[in-house]
Write a new protein. Structure first.
Length: 185
């Protein structure tokens, strides 16, 4: 049971390096809990740190930078389970928000070229199922890349999820902007 639990949570992540994933998860949970309670001090600073410094910390801890960081490199092919789900979800949500805001504002722009590009982007990504995006990112994209060019599988999935989520985020933001009364706009 213990071996199956480890595989469900971490995938094939090296057992001797699980402390890195656990520490990253602990820092994430502490940061999120800190942001949930209004009476705790320094909420703004913790929020900014969670959006800026934590992704860098998480990357260094989970991937390792070899000699520079003193942590052995762990290839993303060894990642799995809940850990990958959380990485993809958090990265997709955080990265899609700014892009979604830009797309929503661009879709409501009075400049026809900007509005056309943003509307085309949104409708294109909303018209494709996510499973197709992930399939194209993982299987078909390497076929179109020049020989010798390799993009990490997890990075391709993160980019696909971010583009997909940003189109939906743009529609949510656009709907919120349209709900604002003209006198308050």
């Amino acid at each position: 049971m213990k071996a199956k639990t480890k595989f469900l949570i971490y995938g094939a992540y090296p057992t001797e390096e699980l402390w890195r994933a656990n520490l990253t998860g602990f820092v994430l949970m502490v940061g999120l809990l800190w942001l949930m309670f209004e009476q705790l001090p320094y909420r703004m600073q913790v929020g900014v740190a969670m959006l800026t410094a934590f992704p860098i910390f998480a990357y260094i801890m989970l991937v390792g930078l070899g000699d520079w960081s003193g942590l052995p490199h762990v290839d993303t092919r060894d990642w799995g389970g809940v850990m990958v789900t959380l990485v993809v979800a958090f990265t997709g949500i955080i990265a899609s928000l700014p892009l979604g805001v830009v797309l929503a504002l661009g879709r409501q722009s009075k400049m026809p070229v900007i509005r056309f590009i943003c509307t085309g982007f949104i409708e294109f990504w909303r018209g494709i199922p996510l499973i197709t995006v992930l399939f194209m990112a993982s299987v078909a994209l390497p076929l179109f890349l020049p020989k010798g060019v390799r993009i990490d599988n997890l990075l391709r999935a993160l980019i696909g999820v971010t583009l997909f989520a940003s189109a939906y985020m743009a529609e949510v933001i656009r709907g919120g902007l349209q709900a604002i009364d003209k006198g308050q706009y």
